[in-house]
Ligand binder design. Structure first.
Ligand code: 1DF
Ligand code: MN
Length: 350
């Protein structure tokens, strides 16, 4: 151990963790019902069939921690020097629920509960609004209600039953983000059956790899279909090192331009803002699950020091030495303060 972890800014910055999960009991019960009655798809069965039923220490500890928005979580934050947690309903939220009325009622209750817990601990907890993209018009109203309750930012767990946010029925959600001046956070979820082939059999469908591939694709779909040309001020955050996109940005930008020039896809139109411009003006990346200095430094170099934010990914990763790895990054102090504190303050208007 190199140094003690305490809250309060003893290292020159507060630590604001931006991708921190909670769950409600009824949400986990709904997942379990879907796993048991066979209506869950392969990815849900693999992920929530595990967390909601496994007697392993990993699963049982994570469920207990997810369900706590009080003393236990605060003690865990204190023990790892986390000043502020930006909380969101764990993945996949209510997005796999096929009964739209059940989904909207459940996520509304979760948002109300989250807002209450944030009000009870206003210096420690900040919450994001979760939505049910199955019902875009309802989600628009919920984005406004969440903002009025003091929630900051909107969480979407990637695809909704195989549908992606670039599809036209979801446009009102982007209008509501623009009207309320909030960022969108696209968090991974399990892959739709159409995409999961080859992954489960090798244990690669979850956070290890599948999550990143699918969520990275989601952001890329939004870029290639021109979301940032339509909403030039929109800010979209993704976790896990920007789901690897900063790493292969050159290739994506090169091949996108080559594809557009040659007219290969009728749908692919030239963008006002190329991939580099999007990543440097509209995309935010967090370090959830990636307390890995080469990756963090690459993100900062590619996207700029104003666009990378710390995240722990509690409770899926709750490792004190990962916090220390951030503290010990060999980057300028001013850059580190942006990473750990002030970028999140700006993005979430804290
Ligand atoms: C896992 C990881 C699950 C993350 C998550 O939500 C999640 C996991 C259900 O390890 O199974 O949010 N994560 O973001 O890396
Ligand atoms: Mn996460």
């Amino acid at each position: 151990m190199t140094h003690a972890l305490t809250t309060g800014g003893d290292r020159g910055y507060l630590r604001i963790a931006t991708e921190e999960a909670f769950a409600t009991r009824e949400q986990i019960d709904a997942y379990l019902r879907m796993v048991r009655d066979g209506s869950a798809d392969q990815g849900m069965t693999s992920l929530w069939g595990f967390y909601a039923q496994s007697p392993s220490e990993r699963a049982t500890e994570i469920i207990e921690r997810l369900l706590d928005l009080g003393d236990r979580r605060l003690a865990d934050m204190d023990a790892t020097g986390i000043d502020v947690a930006i909380l969101s309903l764990t993945s996949p939220g209510v997005q796999p629920l096929t009964d739209v009325a059940e989904a909207t009622a459940m996520v509304a209750r979760a948002n109300t509960y989250l807002a209450e817990r944030c009000a009870a601990h206003p210096t420690r907890f900040v919450g994001m609004t979760s939505i049910a993209p199955q019902d875009p018009a309802w989600s628009v109203a919920e984005i406004h209600r969440g903002a009025a309750l003091g929630l900051r930012g909107v969480m979407v767990n990637s695809h909704t039953q195989g549908h992606y946010l670039d599809e036209p029925q979801f446009d009102p959600i982007f209008r509501a983000l623009a009207d309320t001046g909030q960022p969108l956070y696209i968090h991974p979820q399990t892959l739709p059956d159409a995409m999961i082939g080859g992954l489960i059999e090798a244990g690669l469908d979850g956070a290890i790899f599948g999550f990143g591939v699918e969520t990275g694709m989601h952001l890329l779909r939004l870029i290639t279909t021109g979301i940032f040309d339509r909403y030039p001020d929109l800010q979209i955050a993704v976790g896990h090192g920007g789901e690897a996109i900063p790493y292969w940005l050159y290739r994506m930008d090169y091949m996108h331009k080559a594809g557009v020039r040659s007219g290969r896809y009728a749908k692919l139109k030239p963008l006002k803002k190329d991939f580099f411009g999007c990543l440097r003006e509209n995309v935010l990346a967090t370090t959830s699950g990636l307390p890995f200095p080469p990756a963090i430094k690459l993100m900062i170099e590619v996207m700029g020091e104003d666009r990378v934010m710390y995240a722990m990914d509690y409770p899926y990763e709750y490792v004190a030495d990962e916090v220390r790895a951030h503290d010990l990054l060999d980057i300028p102090d001013t850059t580190k303060k942006k990473l750990m504190q002030t970028n999140a303050e700006r993005v979430f208007k804290l």
